[in-house]
Design a protein around this ligand. Sequence first.
Ligand SMILES: Cc1cc2nc3c(=O)[nH]c(=O)nc-3n(C[C@H](O)[C@H](O)[C@H](O)COP(=O)(O)OP(=O)(O)OC[C@H]3O[C@@H](n4cnc5c(N)ncnc54)[C@H](O)[C@@H]3O)c2cc1C
Length: 387
Amino acid sequence: MNGFDLSPAEVEARDLARRLAEDVLRPVARAADEERRFPADAVRELARHGLLGMGLPTEHGGLGWDAMQTTLAFEELGRADQSVRGFLTVHCSLVSQCLAGAASGEQKREWLPRLASGEVFGAYALTEREAGSDAGAISTRAVREAGGWRIHGEKVWITNGLSAGLFLVMATVDPALRHKGVTAFLVRGDAPGLRRERIPHVELGHRASEHAVLTFDGVQVRESDVVGEVGKGFAVAMGGLDHGRLGVAAGAVGTLQACLDAVTSFARTRRQFGKRIADFQMVQERVADLSCDTDAARLLTWRAARMAVRGEPRTREVSQAKLFATEAACRWASESVLLLGSRGCSNETDVERHLRDAQALRVYEGTSLIQRIVIAREILGREEKHG
Ligand SMILES: Cc1cc2nc3c(=O)[nH]c(=O)nc-3n(C[C@H](O)[C@H](O)[C@H](O)COP(=O)(O)OP(=O)(O)OC[C@H]3O[C@@H](n4cnc5c(N)ncnc54)[C@H](O)[C@@H]3O)c2cc1C
């Protein structure tokens, strides 16, 4: 289709995700968004087919899918429902795959099978009111005590935060150390002193996801709940984002494909001035450009996924895919509203939801401005300091 041949295993993964997206997610996506309700039954159905463990090795109860297979799945899920795709990217990529790489053997045995089956949902808690893009500025404190640590502080905008059974929490052992003080901890959902509340504002998009404010009031964790080493949690957090950003890029490709599908089928059937609107050159120009951007976003995303499968360094390529795909999704969701006329301006069609959902894609897991910093740094390097 686009010069990247998919293997039978990749086609199988894509087709399973496509079938579940169409049969399970699409029928409930609009109502869940409008009611700001997490579609728990639909997610249970995804879990029944193994999708909550898609990126985990089979030895831990996962499907053993590689980065290309999970990328294909996130595209299909994003095409139908960005809220559930967001839930899954956090659960599978930011938490499960991050732990598969960074956790101890004991931590993996305790948590990965439960995450893979969907018995527990995972959440990733990094952002604070005063620390968003500047993650090294977090002030949630971890204070050492006999046998472990106590965590004090607050996190905001934590996806899956209301129902998660496991939190990967970034806290600092000393704020003055900035990045070098950040430490990653596993916190159980039922830990005494952990309070979760829905964020106080109504989200622009992703309204069927749960976004929570977490308060840690002296939450006790064991020494064995530290992920990796004390003071090395920034690398753990960024490792999670390496997986997650690819999933966000793939989700954005799903939005682009959904817009192309909606615009194409409408343009073929809508008649004005005695013609299909598909026969007007200005409409054709937009469809042609939308198809180019959809393929370009997909190719960038698949390239990064293939590099991930081969284990190659890919910081620049992942950021390029996320930047291009999410910006294109915002642009084209907006143009699709125009092309559908009044139908795009209400919930009569899904493009208004795509328009709202696309905005957050370019904010979370590093805004588009931050992706540009990452890309430019990879190309230009940093100035060497002398003396
Ligand atoms: C739907 C949604 C779900 C989320 N889920 C999670 C989650 O599960 N876990 C979690 O930890 N967080 C989550 N977040 C938070 C998200 O990761 C942050 O919103 C994001 O990192 C940006 O931080 P901020 O909102 O504080 O913006 P800020 O960092 O305050 O940025 C404001 C503006 O300044 C720009 N800016 C900042 N620094 C620079 C710079 N150096 N150069 C140029 N421009 C700069 C930014 O690009 C942005 O445009 C979620 C957010 C949303 C919207």
